[in-house]
Design a protein around this ligand. Structure first.
Ligand SMILES: O=C(CO)COP(=O)(O)O
Length: 718
């Protein structure tokens, strides 16, 4: 195997083999014989341990070792002896030149005595053991040190100096380069011809030897008059070290040439990689630009379709806004345009365009559905008794009401007035309804979903169209807009539920549009973001309405958005931990819960059973155990009727009543907590949330459909 890979020399008897692998003198002798018989040349190592040196046994040990080798050698031209004192190998400790010389001398003596004088003088005895650039010169000067076996230093650049150790005599003391035609001075020092010529240039008769300062006369023929040291010149020419150096230089040159090639290839590969990276980035950029264009165009188209739809229906039914179920419309459109699909979209614009077309078809279907649905409402206001109407606010119908048979004054509501309206004696022609003013920039897109009021009467309305919550004072004065579109902290993507916490904090639930998990954020009364209260880490549910429980706990209605999850009510503490989740058990399983409120440690949940066309209020205890249901009513009269009006509830804390709104009958029923009906009031259609002030005087209705779509109605003194 050694020969197969082109090796000519083997090192045998190295201290590690002797002392770690416990190879005996005999085994080493056998190995020497075998290597030589196979035509390999042998560097045979010998050397004593530190303990042996200290015990004065060096000569005895190395003599025994060399004998075991010599017994197996017939051709000494193929053997080199290496003296390697074990204590000096790889330790940094070197034998002094004298110590090395002493043992080398003894070994040469042993060979002379036991083999022959000729073999003793021709066999190279080399030294190994921490040879380096610093000690090589001195060691090389010793007469019996014929060379070195170098370990660690052979891996360093100083190796060249070790190789050159014997070459010192071949260096000109003036230019410090190898002699070129060395000239001998009368004092017997050598100087190369070139240097001598330069020196003589400055002198005429004599000059001083630059090494010993001896006065040297200048021959008549000048430099040519000094004899050339032919012996030294030949020594340099034929020096084996010089050959080694030349080989090393050649190998170094080849290496550096190869290195240049490798570097060039690496550079090219890097440039190519960077270029490819740039190209990919450009492509991504281009694709996204295109995609944004496509999305922009589709956004414009969808918006203008929605605008014209609204305008068309508005013309058809001037007073009674189109019952455009924006929530359903949004769900349809968003169901088709999911942001998480954006990469698919980028890859497959065709597919994306089809999805957009689907969304358009859905829009058209919805428009048909809504036009079929907008039959004239029979009742506008049908309040009983002496309940006082406080306010009525609508996007384009602020302020005034006109009654049948009376001429409008100022800007009037043109509505299909109920025959029963006269019974409401506070309503006079031209009665001004103080309104919650929807500020102009938000009017067009205003799309309320939920409403909340605090003890002081401040009103907060979640507005999905403007991605915000609008905040009003008790007197209806606009205070602040909270949020603004986005999924970063303090922004709102699709604000759904809203509720007031203690210390003037407002908690706003954000749905899970575009694949962002639902969250609830807190804002202060000036609309500044305070902190994130609740965050789902899995996009499992959409948070809809929220209310506040004991100790500022949040009661959140959760609609599943992922298969495998059920509708439920979750309760979170102020640290955002889920402390309760209920409504998923067999008994009292919630199907489409709309809102939950806590009263006297009981959770009241308005729920919709679409399959059986009914809605009801389900009651659970504080641990989420189902207790009872009440207030059951139909969802729609006719199963063919498309629209359904889910139930929503509110809590009148002052009077301990649960107020439940039924859209089908446009009724607000007031229940005792045990489920017994207290009283009821006719009101508007299309209510999606309501709230009662702390003092029980007013409740606010937030409509997305019905007689006054996209409006906030403060209806009556309760
Ligand atoms: O064992 C040696 C060479 O075989 C000597 O190694 P060092 O030169 O590293 O001491």
């Amino acid at each position: 195997m050694i020969k197969d890979i082109g090796c000519e020399w083997v090192i045998l008897g190295h201290s590690e083999r002797r002392n770690i692998f416990k190879e005996t003198d005999e085994l080493i002798g056998e190995k020497v014989a075998h290597a030589l018989s196979e035509g390999l040349k042998v560097i045979a190592c010998i050397g004593e341990l530190l303990s042996e040196r200290e015990a004065g046994k060096t000569t005895e040990v190395v003599s025994r070792q060399i004998k075991a080798i010599a017994d197996n050698v017939s051709d000494w031209s193929k053997v080199v002896i290496a003296y390697e004192p074990v204590w000096a190998i790889g330790t940094g400790v070197t034998a002094t030149p004298q110590q090395a010389q002493e043992v080398h001398h003894q070994l040469r003596g042993w060979l002379k005595e036991n083999v022959s004088a000729a073999i003793a003088s021709s066999t190279r005895i080399i030294y190994g053991g921490s040879v380096n650039a610093k000690n090589c010169q001195e060691l090389a000067k010793e007469g019996d040190v014929d060379g070195f076996l170098v370990g660690g230093a052979s891996l360093k650049p100083e190796f060249v100096q070790i190789v050159n150790a014997r070459l010192k005599e071949s260096i000109c003391p003036i230019c410090l380069e190898e002699y070129v035609e060395p000239k001998v001075l009368p004092c017997l020092h050598n100087i190369c011809k070139k240097c001598l010529k330069e020196m003589l240039h400055r002198h005429t008769q004599t000059f001083h030897c630059p090494i010993c300062r001896a006065v040297c006369p200048i021959p008549e023929r000048g430099v040519a008059g000094f004899p050339t040291n032919d012996y030294l010149a030949r020594l340099i020419r034929e020096s084996p070290a010089k050959k080694v150096i030349q080989e090393i230089k050649k190998a170094l040159k080849e290496c550096s040439e190869k290195l240049v090639i490798v570097r060039r290839i690496q550079d090219e590969a890097r440039i190519d990689l960077e270029r490819q990276g740039e190209m990919i980035k450009e492509k991504i950029h281009e694709d996204f630009e295109n995609l944004v264009d496509v999305l922009r165009k589709q956004e414009e188209q969808l918006c203008s379709e929605v605008d014209s739809l609204v305008e068309k229906e508005e013309k058809k039914h001037p007073a009674c806004f189109l019952s455009l179920q924006t929530e359903t419309l949004l769900t349809h459109i968003e169901g088709r345009i999911k942001l998480r699909d954006i990469l698919d979209i980028a890859n497959d614009k065709e597919h994306f365009m089809n999805r957009i077309r689907d969304a358009n078809v859905a829009c058209t279907k919805l428009s048909h559905l809504h036009s079929a649905e907008t039959e004239k409402p029979k009742t506008l206001f049908k309040f009983i008794g002496n309940k006082e109407v406080l306010q009525c606010v609508s996007g384009n119908m602020f302020g005034l009401v006109t009654l049948k048979g009376h001429e409008p004054s100022n800007t009037l509501i043109q509505s299909p007035v109920s025959e029963n309206l006269q019974s409401l004696d506070v309503l006079k022609p031209g009665t001004r309804f103080h309104s919650l003013d929807i500020p102009q920039p938000f009017k067009k897109r205003f799309q309320p979903f939920a409403v909340a009021m605090n003890d002081e009467g401040s009103i907060a309305v979640s507005d999905q169209g403007n991605h915000s919550v609008l905040l009003y004072s008790k007197g209806g004065e606009f205070l602040a807009r909270i949020g603004g579109r986005g999924s970063s902290q303090g922004s709102l993507e699709s604000p759904t539920g809203v509720t007031f916490l203690s210390r003037h904090l407002i908690a706003i639930a954000d749905g899970c549009l575009f694949g962002n998990p639902a969250r609830i954020q807190a804002f202060d009364s000036s609309g500044r973001f305070t902190r994130c209260l609740v965050k789902l880490y899995v996009n499992s549910h959409w948070f809809t309405r929220v209310s506040v429980g004991n100790n500022d706990q949040l009661i959140v209605t959760c609609t599943p958005v992922m298969p495998g999850y059920d509708a439920c009510i979750k309760v979170f503490n102020t640290s955002g931990d889920e402390v309760l989740c209920f409504g998923t058990g067999l008994s009292g399983k919630l199907l489409h819960p709309t809102k939950a409120v806590l009263h006297n440690n009981e959770y009241f949940v308005s729920d919709v059973d679409k399959k059986n066309n009914r809605c009801m209020v389900s009651v659970f205890d504080q641990h989420g155990k189902y207790l009872r249901a009440f207030g059951e009513c139909m969802l729609k009269k006719d199963p063919n009727e498309h629209a359904f009006y889910p139930l929503v509830i509110a809590l009148d804390v002052a009077d301990f009543r649960v107020l439940a709104y039924s859209g089908l009958y446009r009724l607000v029923r007031c229940y005792f907590p045990n489920g017994a009906l207290d009283s009821y009031y006719n009101t508007l259609g299309g209510v999606t949330d309501m709230a009662v002030t702390g003092d029980g005087r007013v409740f606010v209705v937030c409509g997305g459909a019905g007689e006054f779509p996209h409006s906030v109605q403060v209806i009556f003194h309760y």
